[in-house]
Design a protein around this ligand. Structure first.
Ligand code: GKR
Ligand code: MG
Length: 429
């Protein structure tokens, strides 16, 4: 039977999803984080799902893109990158983005993040139309499950008084003992065997102590530390030296390719990044200078699942490793991350995910970590289904918000606890 793969409708639903008070160099996560759920509906009535950042500037671009998509065939994935969508008019300022710590922000990256959600939604719909999982559309899976790392954060037990938000039972983690307790909870709840600590929050010696405590509690397990570029070259080199025997890699110790290249020249610890290599244009300088040994792919940054595969191929050509970055995300993205990760031949590191921190989701069934791994589904498309009641509830929260939470702003969230707080100048230490 011939399917009509042309899009008849595109639905965009911005939502606010509960987020715990996780600390980073830019402040603290807000009680609710904006995400955008994308639905593409074919003329035959097949719906494909995608998910991306939900801040207004992404939403505006997504609306423009959606307008151009009716009549577009879900199999025309290359054409998604050729649609004429004005972005610069959104006044996206160049500079290090507070929301997402994704290196320099610019209009091109913003567009790729929006396109990524449409590409995933089209692949989901195409897979459903053909009766094939997304990984089959990407050339087929190489593994039946994908390993994720426990993403440890310094955090408060609850959002500050008056900030609102949902409560959870993770407790505070503000010192080495708290970090180890959090890691044990991750193991007990999800079976993770590899750990990443988000750093850049406390002075480096405290974070070194936390990683040492993890190494003692979990001997031989892969450990990573990521201060999001908060350190000078000298501090980065010192931390690398002090943790050389326990680190799998050190992630973005210093900000930018030149600084990372200097650190790399001073240490044998592999350096990873999701900040200085976030577009194809940034690869040449970083790779030829030996600034990074591992690149964290992220389909939201790179413009989709197929670009993620292209990135992995380029990394392989240069002998650079691949891992996977995450930002606050829900199950649609976790399903997409798992499907593409299953197809990457050179993936030798556990992927990052924020999913265990998200108590809410828009799926009828949450994805499950078993032994720290997510099974690679073989059901058509992404293999996930939308819970429309939950989508409506989280959208209602977005509608009811006065606008304050519709843009992720970790510094503003921090000021609720500490009025006058400002993002520290870089390098902080
Ligand atoms: O969620 O606070 C956070 C993270 O710091 C996130 O914003 C980063 O983009 O996870 C990220 C990273 O690896 O740099
Ligand atoms: Mg990082």
């Amino acid at each position: 039977m011939t399917r009509d793969l042309a899009l008849a409708e595109v639905r965009l639903t911005p939502i606010l999803v509960a987020d715990p008070p996780l600390l980073n160099t830019q402040g603290v996560h807000q009680p609710y984080t904006p995400r955008l759920i994308v639905e593409v509906v074919t003329a035959d009535g097949i719906t494909g799902l995608g998910e991306t950042y939900g801040d207004t500037r992404y939403l505006e671009v997504a609306r423009r893109l959606a307008d151009r998509l009716v009549g577009h065939r879900v199999s025309d994935l290359n054409a998604l990158h050729a649609l004429d969508v004005p972005v610069a008019a959104d006044g996206v300022a160049d500079g290090v983005g507070a929301g997402g710590l994704r290196g320099v922000q610019n209009a091109g990256k913003l567009l790729l993040s929006v396109v990524s959600a449409f590409e995933v939604a089209c692949l989901d719909a195409l897979g459903k139309a053909l009766g094939l999982p997304v990984h089959a559309l990407l050339g087929g899976k190489l593994r039946d499950s994908v390993e994720y790392s426990a993403y440890l954060f310094y955090r408060w037990a609850a959002h500050p008084e008056g900030a609102g938000g949902e409560r959870d039972d993770w407790g505070a983690a503000l010192d080495p003992a708290g970090v180890v307790a959090q890691a044990r909870a991750f193991v007990a709840r999800h079976g993770f065997t590899s750990f990443k600590l988000k750093g850049g929050v406390f002075p480096p010696d405290e974070e070194i102590a936390a990683v040492r405590a993890l190494a003692e509690a979990f001997p031989g397990r892969p450990l990573r530390l990521d201060p999001n570029g908060a350190w000078s070259v000298a501090t980065s080199a010192r931390v690398a030296r002090e943790l050389a025997d326990v680190l799998e890699y050190l992630e973005d110790p210093a900000l930018g390719t030149p600084a990372m290249a200097e650190v790399a020249a001073r240490t044998g610890v592999p350096l990873a990044t999701n900040m200085c290599v976030t577009t194809f244009a940034e690869i040449e300088e970083a790779f030829t200078r030996g600034a990074v040994q591992v690149v964290l792919c992220d389909h939201h940054y790179w413009g989709g699942l197929r670009n993620t595969q292209h990135l992995a191929a380029l990394c392989a050509a240069f002998g650079v490793g691949v891992s996977m970055h995450s930002n606050t995300h829900l199950g649609i993205s976790l399903a997409a991350m798992t499907q593409v990760a299953s197809t990457l031949p050179g993936l030798h590191h556990a992927c990052d995910t924020h999913y265990p921190w998200q108590s809410e989701d828009v799926l009828t069934e949450r994805l499950v970590f078993d032994g720290g791994r997510v099974a690679v589904g073989d059901a058509p498309g992404l293999g996930v289904a939308l819970d429309r009641d939950e989508l409506a509830r989280l959208h209602r929260r977005w509608l009811d918000d006065d606008g304050a939470l519709r843009e992720r702003d970790d510094a503003a969230a921090m000021r609720v606890a500490e009025p006058g707080w400002a993002v520290p100048a870089t390098p902080r230490w």
